[in-house]
Design a protein around this ligand. Sequence first.
Ligand SMILES: Cc1cc2nc3c(=O)[nH]c(=O)nc-3n(C[C@H](O)[C@H](O)[C@H](O)COP(=O)(O)O)c2cc1C
Length: 318
Amino acid sequence: MNAPDLTTTFCGITLPNPLVLASGILGTSAALMARVAAGGAGAVTAKSCSRAPRPGHPNPTVLAWGAGFINAVGLANPGVDEEIAVLQETRRRLAQAGQGVKLVASIFGTAVEDYAYLAERMNEARPDFLEINISCPNVHDELARPFAASCPAAAAVTRAVKRVSAAPVIVKLSPNVTDIAEIARAVEDAGADAIAAINTVAGMVIDIRARRPILANREGGLSGPAIRPIAVRCIYQCYQAVKIPILGIGGVSCGEDAAELLLAGATLVGVGSAVHSRGIAALGQIRDELAQFMLAEGFGRAAELVGLAHWPAGMAGS
Ligand SMILES: Cc1cc2nc3c(=O)[nH]c(=O)nc-3n(C[C@H](O)[C@H](O)[C@H](O)COP(=O)(O)O)c2cc1C
């Protein structure tokens, strides 16, 4: 059997493979995003940016606690002006490398108007996709309830961004809700081109000797292997609820994990924490492992796996 075909089309745009660097993992750096791309990613996502620069939360902000990470970076970023320059430089490097790796910009705000402003500004950087982060769990003391927590709020942001964005809009959802499927339906109805699921899972780790939460922000967002079953469940529920494609994210560390998210209904698979545990070449390694799994299991194209766990519907479509 020939090597499996990993090229994947998402919102009409073709990526060399379904693996996407998740937002925030490598901060705001064109050089690092280009290295992840060269290492075998299908697309790279920039750190979420806001209108003004944000210093983020005081240290400690990231902790490896055993089954993954907990972070409360607090959306530290240099603000939209510098972010546009970084994205332009990243795009230049990706084009020069000529591997067809796509660029995803990411924005967040505290009001619908912020999202509309940022989405319009992002057109200057000409990303391939625009992800809107309405789901960060670490900033609600400061920025109030995430937009991803309510259908009308999530829909309002989506509509405002869709009115101005030149790039397809991916709305990033939160697992920290009672019913992620209803939020997915609300953003689809509001015009979203795709969904990303999931952002981090709200959590806390306490130092039992100090009798205090370890993170300076007290609460944080869990990522890494511990959250994969939560991501799989959320992707599965979204796949049943909407027709738009899904960028599945959460706890993927190897090719078989990526296959699991595809089977749940993801078309693309985001990788975040595994870059910390496996290094900058993680996405290329996971891509190769996915190809090996597909070869062993007799799959010729990545698209054949998407949603296949929704038996019997998946079987009927296969
Ligand atoms: C240190 C850190 C920073 C993050 N920053 C962002 C961010 O700026 N925007 C965003 O949408 N998600 C952010 N995330 C969430 C990731 O993009 C991803 O959704 C989450 O970590 C789950 O994937 P993983 O288990 O593969 O890490 C961040 C995650 C981590 C660990």
